[in-house]
Design a protein around this ligand. Sequence first.
Ligand SMILES: Cc1cc2nc3c(=O)[nH]c(=O)nc-3n(C[C@H](O)[C@H](O)[C@H](O)COP(=O)(O)OP(=O)(O)OC[C@H]3O[C@@H](n4cnc5c(N)ncnc54)[C@H](O)[C@@H]3O)c2cc1C
Length: 387
Amino acid sequence: MFQDRDETTEAVRSGVARLCMEFPGEYWRALDEKRAYPKAFVDALTEQGYLASLIPEVYGGAGLDLATACVILETIHRSGGNAGAAHAQMYTMGTLLRHGSEAQKQRYLPGIAEGSLRLQAFGVTEPSSGTDTTRIKTTAVREGDFYRINGQKIWTSRAEYSDLMILLARTTPRSDCAKPSDGMSVFIVDMRENLGKSITINKIDTMINHSTTAVFFDDLMVSADNLIGQEGKGFRYILGGMNAERILIASECIGDARFFVDRATTYAREREVFGRPIGQNQGIQFPLAQAHMQTEAAMLMVERAASLYDQGQVRGSEANMAKYLAAEASWFAADTAMQTFGGFAFAAEYDIERKFREARLYRTAPISTNLIFSHVATHDLGLPKSF
Ligand SMILES: Cc1cc2nc3c(=O)[nH]c(=O)nc-3n(C[C@H](O)[C@H](O)[C@H](O)COP(=O)(O)OP(=O)(O)OC[C@H]3O[C@@H](n4cnc5c(N)ncnc54)[C@H](O)[C@@H]3O)c2cc1C
């Protein structure tokens, strides 16, 4: 993505590619088997400043744009790695940067930029509300200089490996609000002080190595200084950050799609059956060509969404379309790679089955395909809302 854009982008691309060479397939396979967190990889990314790429220089970050951040994530996924253990630091920080007070930014951003503070956890989804975020049940009730928080989040990824969490909670009951999206607020929560007391984190076993958890809040007292922006406006702040999240994750999908096409094409050239390379058969060639074309087309949409974001003009539609097209391209490429590798696709040592499992996530999270269709149908085509 953003090929030959400028020297900075190319330096970032080659720097990340070099870093990834130190974390080959064996590294990711061993972690996958144990469902262990890729700490050494995340530490290396942090030390080399890549996770602080979007933090402005004045707070100790690199002050790069979203397009460059997309190149970082695409490169990691194209190498066979997975940025899921660390990518949230890039976009959750945006909520604080755009809506936090100067005092909050001074307090947290330099630590995040230098790596002494980890902001990897993003608590929005709840078990009973799912995609219908306005029905979240976690409440934050003001008591003097504090908010008392009670409730439960689910699928809060990386919570065990994060010091801070960006948390969405209801501060006004839905029934008392003019609009269902009013009355929710965003907090930056320091989990370190409360773990095992008012915060409990339970691991969830999943089909991929994603360190995802359920988090329980039991009379958690959070200082009113940790409210981001204005009380009741949290949903809007979160939505703004979600555009960045979708575009960045779409870049990971482009990296995954390229990984699958690269690996499968090489295999199709080398594997001989019936006395000739399998890639000589059109039944193998054509899906690979199709996967390549779908990836290139999706990449253009991701580049467009990232460019609009950097110009301050992105809408939910471009971010959603980029994420949808890229997730579909990577899923088709994943299935094509599985078919190309035949039985060997199922052997862990080729990394195809691991990446296949990982690629499937992005048709569901951070927003599922149906919800993107619904957004585009109503916002771009003017059709009536179905819910
Ligand atoms: C591995 C993983 C990591 C995650 N990490 C995080 C995280 O860090 N933080 C966080 O807050 N969340 C996280 N999530 C949650 C993720 O964003 C949600 O799973 C996703 O948004 C879908 O919500 P749900 O699972 O509750 O599905 P549901 O809302 O229950 O939906 C189930 C299915 O029904 C469909 N559906 C629902 N309503 C409609 C409708 N009106 N019309 C058509 N179809 C509909 C959906 O598209 C979906 O296919 C993660 C999820 C996973 C699996």
